[in-house]
Design a protein around this ligand. Structure first.
Ligand code: UN1
Length: 512
């Protein structure tokens, strides 16, 4: 247990949490999962996992909590969410410190993640008075028609290690104002922040008399994951993570005719046109490609640069990459922390080896980055230029590491085709000062970017919570967070009311 982690947990009164074991036992216990620091590679705590019995107990409690919670008027539910948002405001830095200790995110990004939770709570509070349904004219005299949005049930949330706090909140805060209870299955790479976030929300909900509104189940895919996605008591499974995981969730949930909301991998590209402001583009690309050590689903993984400016742009990027400080994510001034674990480092090395073998040229980075005094999983942010024919098959895969592959184009249509030419469809962006080129990229005919997110003159990552977040193709099609994503957490009911005193059938049917 690091000092910073202990301090953060203690400020949240979590040191004695029954799931947390701060003095890791020497002997192997199958009911425990060890949490290691990405910064040192060493164990920092253990967490107690669920078994079948505790899983059943939790689900039972969540179902009961849902039945009670749905009776609370939505604006009053909003007041509970408001108090939860305030709790996260108060404890923003401590929660950030836990994220830094557990997944290696640098302090400012870790706090930024908690800010997303605060923002979505604010958004949800407003929404609690705006769960609008439509009224529509009936074709029959003396009839009224309207639709209403109703609570759905306990919602199952699966989250990944890379946004271990915010992605739960995108789901949980919306679900709560929609009248749903939440059962959260976090990544076993980030269980401590899950315990902390859930406990904070739960304490507030308990104050309002709803003890089991937010619950947590933790365990392996075999024991917990499979049971969770097959569980008919969870009408919606919202899953954020890899395409592989999402395929399994989609398959199992659709087999039971449940709903799934999938936000899966990305392979995001930045197009830089010949007229772009290259300083602005370079700054945006560096953040999007190396931020969170390349472990955002929105990370820029491909750069598609106009052939007339590619060298100039690469000179700027290379210079910036060489000056980026890699090191302890908790330390001021560090911009790139470690990858999450040793497996991620292997993935990074394998991708680079494949790229070289396929004719790519490493322009900067390309190997591990030893940091004095730290034994964690540090790597160098890397730029690899594709061969002149733009053929580099490895770039079609999402490697969760800071590797940027560079391609060139002459014609904007080719650039857009290249950007769309991968399986994933999460985020995309273009840098240009030409409004026509920008609009071509956003074409209302749908012939521009095929992604769920398309930005102009900013990077692929760092989306605000107010927009719908998610993407197409292998990214899974789901939308979380802002806009009208809340509709996924409710069920729609169409109501027709006959006040004419006579029975009249629609479509002019006579049935005398
Ligand atoms: C993710 O990586 O799963 O747009 C979420 C962003 C963040 C969220 C990323 N607001 O980069």
């Amino acid at each position: 247990m690091t000092h910073a982690l202990r301090e953060a947990l203690s400020s949240l009164s979590l040191i004695d949490h029954p799931r947390l074991i701060l003095n890791i036992p020497a002997s192997q216990d199958k009911g425990l999962s060890i949490v290691s620091s990405p910064t040192t590679g060493r164990p920092i705590a253990a967490v107690r996992l669920d078994d079948e019995r505790s899983y059943e107990e939790t689900l039972g409690r969540s179902v009961a909590a849902f039945r009670k919670w749905r009776e609370v008027p939505a604006p009053i539910r909003g007041q509970v969410v408001r108090a939860i948002g305030d709790e996260f405001r108060t404890h923003k830095d401590a929660l950030g410190a836990i994220i830094t200790a557990e997944v290696g995110k640098i302090t400012s990004e870790a706090r930024g993640e908690v800010q997303e939770t605060i923002d979505i709570a604010d958004f949800a509070v407003g929404l609690s008075r705006q769960l609008y349904g439509l009224t529509m004219p009936s074709e029959r005299p003396g009839h009224a028609m309207r639709e209403q949005w109703l609570p759905l049930g306990p919602v199952g949330v699966i989250s990944a290690f890379n946004f271990p706090n915010a992605v739960w909140a995108w789901n949980a805060m919306l679900a709560a104002v929609c009248g749903d209870s939440v059962v959260w299955k976090p990544s076993l790479l980030a269980p401590i922040i899950a315990i902390a976030s859930n406990t904070l929300a739960q304490r507030v909900a308990s104050r309002f008399g709803h003890e089991d509104l937010f619950t947590l189940v933790m365990g392996s895919d075999q024991v917990i994951g499979e049971r969770f996605i097959a569980d008919k008591r969870l009408p919606l499974i919202s899953a954020t993570g890899s395409c592989r995981m999402g395929r399994r969730v989609g398959e199992v949930v659709s087999k039971r005719l449940g709903r799934s909301l999938l936000e899966l991998g990305g392979n995001n590209a930045a197009i830089v046109h010949e007229d772009a402001d290259l300083d602005l583009a370079a700054r945006a690309i560096v953040f999007a490609a190396v931020g969170t050590c390349g472990q955002r689903c929105t990370t820029t993984r491909r750069l598609i640069a106009h052939e007339s400016i590619v060298d100039q742009l690469l000179a700027k990027l290379t210079k910036a990459y060489q000056s980026v400080k890699i090191g302890d994510p908790a330390q001021d001034g560090t911009l790139v922390g470690p990858l999450v674990n040793a497996r991620a480092v292997e993935g990074f090395e394998q991708a680079i080896a494949a790229a070289k073998q396929q004719g790519g040229t490493v322009l900067v980075g390309g190997s591990r980055a030893p940091v004095t005094g730290l034994t964690g999983h540090f790597v160098q942010p890397t730029i690899i230029r594709a061969p002149a024919n733009n053929q580099l098959p490895i770039a079609r895969e999402e490697t969760f590491a800071p590797i940027l592959y560079v391609f060139t184009y002459r014609d904007i249509d080719d650039a857009i085709a290249m950007q769309n030419g991968v399986d994933q469809g999460l985020s995309s962006c273009i840098f240009t000062r030409d409004a026509g080129i920008a609009e071509r990229f956003l074409s209302p005919a749908g012939s521009g970017s095929d992604c769920g997110i398309a930005n102009v003159n900013l990077g692929t990552s760092g989306a605000e919570i107010g927009g719908a977040f998610g993407g197409e193709k292998d990214t899974g099609g789901g939308r979380e967070s802002g806009s009208d994503s809340w509709k996924a957490y409710m069920r729609r009911q169409t109501c027709t009311i006959n006040f004419s005193g006579k029975l009249e059938l629609a479509q002019g049917i006579k049935f005398e």
